[in-house]
Design a protein around this ligand. Structure first.
Ligand SMILES: Nc1ncnc2c1ncn2[C@@H]1O[C@H](COP(=O)(O)OP(=O)(O)OP(=O)(O)O)[C@@H](O)[C@H]1O
Length: 339
């Protein structure tokens, strides 16, 4: 659906050149929800504005559904919908009028335009708000209207720049449901986000962008798996029995799926680095109990996308985007004695 190759873009500011994109390449397949994850200033908005034909690139090529960006910008504008960070609403009209104007701008007339507006109002749960002035909408309602405006002409590819920026948790959930629904109907989505949980929840594939380049890409699960592996946190009973921990370490060290075992100073737990925690967990339990050891808990901890970002950039995305809502990595699977 989308193919970007060797894209360069620099801005000039007070006699300095700022390289926003430095040879960026990526491919997005039809039907994907592709996420660009990166800190402030990474080049995400620049990329989306180039794709939306709002900004010319310095070098590189882009094709969208077979259309070349430089040669056929009008065709590209018909193929894609773009919802920028600021949205495109006219605050002085009503929701219905705003959508109708957009439909007219895309060449829909009379009943056809009204029918399309009604469809979108229903699809984005805005029907009850149709006669409300845009200025009186909440942040989440406004964002859904932005999305509806970007969808009027039934784009094949939807570009969303930070779709849930500044929304409260309930509005974010509603927006995510809308986006999942759109994907279900076959719309390809390319979105930018700072939010790790958003990327995890919505995206089939992700690229981590930093300083104008893509430094890693894959499914969220793949990226997490490749970067950090998984950890099993083991506690034996009775706690404080060092000999039991030593015996357990000796048994587990000989297991091919255990990459490393560590213990924090003064800590009761053993941390086992494993490749596939889900299959390792029952085997570890079985081996230790067969050796007469009592396991009081065994917790599988999966790496977060922040671990992935840290590995590739040496910086924490949480710190890079301090205002972002970040969900904790949290244990993904656990076994506890007495359950
Ligand atoms: N019009 C401009 N003039 C000069 N520099 C610019 C301009 N627009 C963007 N930049 C610079 O280009 C770089 C990339 O900016 P861009 O907005 O693409 O990043 P971003 O990843 O979208 O950031 P954010 O997450 O904060 O929106 C930054 O260093 C930014 O300061």
């Amino acid at each position: 659906m989308l193919s970007v190759s060797g894209l360069w873009k620099s801005y000039r500011s007070r006699g300095h050149s700022i390289e926003a994109l430095r040879g960026l390449s990526l491919d997005v397949a039809e039907g994907e929800c592709f996420g660009l994850l990166g800190p402030n200033g990474a080049g995400k908005t620049t990329l989306l504005r180039i794709l939306a034909t709002l900004l010319p690139p310095d070098r590189g090529s882009v094709t969208i559904a077979g259309a070349d960006l430089r040669r056929s910008p009008e065709r590209i504008r018909r193929i894609l919908g773009y919802v920028g960070q600021q949205g495109g609403t006219d605050i002085l009209t009503t929701v219905f009028q705003d959508l109708l104007l957009q439909a007219h701008l895309y060449g829909l007339k009379g009943q056809e335009a009204r029918r399309r507006v009604s469809e979108l109002l229903e699809q984005l749960e805005l029907s009850d708000l149709a006669s409300r002035p845009v200025i009186a909408l909440s942040g989440g309602q406004r964002r859904r209207l932005d999305l509806a405006l970007g969808l009027v002409h039934r784009p094949l590819l939807l570009l969303l720049d930070e779709p849930s920026l500044g929304l409260d948790p309930v509005s974010r959930r509603q927006l995510w449901d809308c986006l999942s629904g759109l994907r279900g109907q076959g719309t390809t989505i390319l979105l930018t986000t700072h939010y790790l949980d958003e990327a995890d929840q919505l995206c089939t594939r992700l690229a981590i962008i930093d300083q104008g380049r893509i430094i890693a890409d894959g499914s969220p699960a793949q990226l997490k798996q490749e970067s950090a592996g998984e950890t099993l946190i083991l506690t034996l009973a009775p706690s404080g029995l060092a000999s039991a921990r030593e015996q357990a370490s000796a048994i587990l060290r000989s297991c091919p799926f255990v990459r490393a075992i560590r213990q924090e100073e003064g800590g009761e737990e053993l941390y086992l680095s494993v490749e596939r925690g889900e299959s390792a967990l029952p085997t570890v339990l079985h081996l230790l109990e067969a050796a007469g050891l009592t396991v009081s808990s065994l917790i599988l901890q999966r790496p977060s996308l922040d671990d992935v970002f840290l590995r590739y950039t040496g910086r924490s995305l949480k710190k890079a985007a301090a205002t972002a809502v970040v969900s904790p990595a949290g244990p993904a699977m656990a076994w506890r004695k007495g359950r």
